[in-house]
Write a protein that binds this ligand. Sequence first.
Ligand SMILES: Nc1ncnc2c1ncn2[C@@H]1O[C@H](COP(=O)(O)OP(=O)(O)O)[C@@H](O)[C@H]1O
Ligand SMILES: [Mg+2]
Ligand SMILES: [Zn+2]
Length: 579
Amino acid sequence: MPPYVALARKWRPAQFSDIVGQGPVVRTLMNAITSDRVHQAYLLTGSRGIGKTTIARILAKAVRCQKAVRVGDWLKSCDECSSCKEIAGGNSVDVIEIDGASNNGVDAVREIRENAKFLPATGSKKIYIIDEVHMLTTAAFNALLKTIEEPPAHVIFIFATTEPHKIPGTILSRCQRFDLRRHSPGQIQARLAEVTAAEKMEAQPAALGLLGRAAEGSMRDAMSLLDQVIAFSSGQTAAQGTVKITAEAVRESLGLIGSQTVLAIIRAVFERKADVAVQLVKDAYQKGHDLRSLTRGLIEFLHAALVLKVSGESSASLSDDLSPEEWAELKQILPLRSLSEIEIFFQVLHHGMDWIARSPQPKLVLDVLLIKCAAAPALQAVGQGSTSGSGSAQKSVSTPLAPSAPVATYQAAPAASPVAAPNGAPAPIAPAPVAKASAPVSATKTWDGFVQMIKETRPLLANILEHGVPETLPSDPTSDGVLTLCFRPEDSYFKEQLAARSYSEQMLAFGKTYFERVIRVKLELKNVGETVASRREKDREDREVAAKNAAKNHPIITEAKALFGGDLGPIELVREDDT
Ligand SMILES: Nc1ncnc2c1ncn2[C@@H]1O[C@H](COP(=O)(O)OP(=O)(O)O)[C@@H](O)[C@H]1O
Ligand SMILES: [Mg+2]
Ligand SMILES: [Zn+2]
């Protein structure tokens, strides 16, 4: 059996076109080579494992290759000439790689200076790659400065460092500097998908998603983590032949918390068993699990619960991400709580992430948040429609979960406040029932009526519709059954969402029910001015101060603040668009 080559090494990009991310840097370098304007000193900076060394080598190879050609947008070295082969094998005499950490003294730099005077053995350029250049001593930097002030025409320096601030300004000013970017979880996930497919492995998207986040922006770390998981999973699945990478295996092998524990904690919260939740957290903590990743797990499953609650069995996107067991467990506990309650748990924990990350006592924070979620008297986001609690009892306003509602505020259920419960009735356990939207008055088929009807079963779809303004309704005699819906250019996101297949199918179905005829939907971008959503946004801004004060007084927040002295920041919903 051939020795196992670490994936990071095996998959080191050999061409500009293979580099993930770093687009501007790569383009600038390719252009410099093709237009014969290669600088004599480059500095590549950025955190570990994002391509500094890789890019330095690809640049060196492309500069020296006599047969490099442009293919489409890309410049490709031939990878066949002796120069290319020597560089790839790490034994080129004209591309000299120096580790700044172990050759950091003035003698090492003097040696480079002497050596640099001589012409390359072949070709016209001699290239020095000095990695971890910030490790050089001051004397070494001074010696280096002399060389890069007046470098021999045949010499190119490529410096790489994770700590550019440690490099003297005199050196910096002579370099063309490129700051490489960390990879997004999405970029990493996509690369891992490519790698696992080429390695003939089966990998759950959710598993690669977990790796993408665990790698914290570093492609190399992602590959090493994948190595670990493969080693772990091959032990598990050797009998079947192919390696299968599941989210559960990723969690186990990386010491991330198992989904069973995460779901058990959520179940305890849903069942109002705070003591059970706290005990589970304690067990996990004692086993050495990181509470931040535990919280992240809780948030992810609450998100899945929300999606499941809103879209029901049809949420195909979830079936990719959840194992059958996770799916079954979620479905079982889902009826225990309302959509608005789950939404608030999600927000409490999402907001709490910050506290947990910053606190010297993260376990206390998590305990308190879970206790409060589990034990709080019916928490309720208004806007989900409460039947009682008008006038002075209406302490705050909230908005339904939607991309347009990044800030949400809390309200204690009206019965929890003395004003709302004059008869001293105990706080209701569950939120007040949602007021039934009034059925359309038979003859008048209005847009508002249509949206109201949809809101009852498909609140997310209704929310999207509230960003549009109808131009023609299928009930208009002249419309020929066409529903023309216009979105403001800045709301094109919602238009696109609506165009997605699942939504357009739902629209047709709802249209048939409501307008009692087959409808066609036309979506347009247009400056339509105010929409229901924008009006609500404005109202919400107006009332935000009051709402925030009310939220600050909510028992969860008060207690957490008293304990940790934290301030109430904005409570945000995560958006998935950066992945
Ligand atoms: N931009 C990238 N695109 C694709 N793979 C990358 C990228 N950056 C890093 N890698 C992976 O990580 C490994 C280490 O990259 P390297 O260039 O040595 O990182 P750095 O020098 O920034 O620490 C590579 O062999 C490759 O597998
Ligand atoms: Mg490196
Ligand atoms: Zn070549």
